[in-house]
Write a protein that binds this ligand. Structure first.
Ligand SMILES: [Zn+2]
Length: 100
């Protein structure tokens, strides 16, 4: 996703340069370049956001996985209140809070 956005940003800059040159005037060239650079900054920012979001999602999944290990891998205690299986080292049920 971020690669596509980076390609789009670069493409917008190239288009801006070409249209600026084709406009035939110096002012047209300046406005074409400035416009394309501003637009491409949006694309690059979106690419960065997309990268950061993927990192966050990955870390959330890793966090969920380690939590699952904590609660289910050594889940050898069953709650008498809600039948939830959880780690025997915990003093109360993480699902309903029942304390034996
Ligand atoms: Zn419970």
């Amino acid at each position: 996703m971020s690669t596509l956005l980076n390609v789009c940003g670069t493409f917008v800059i190239v288009i801006g340069f070409i249209s600026g040159i084709l406009s035939g005037s110096f002012l047209g060239f300046i406005f074409g370049v400035i416009g394309s650079v501003v637009s491409s900054i949006l694309f690059f920012a979106l690419a960065k956001i997309s990268d950061v979001q993927e990192t966050i999602l990955y870390r959330l999944q890793a966090n969920d996985h380690s939590r699952d290990n904590l609660y289910y891998k050594e889940a050898n205690k069953v709650c008498v209140s809600c039948d939830y299986r959880y780690n025997s080292t915990l003093s109360s049920c993480p699902n309903c809070g029942y304390r034996r």
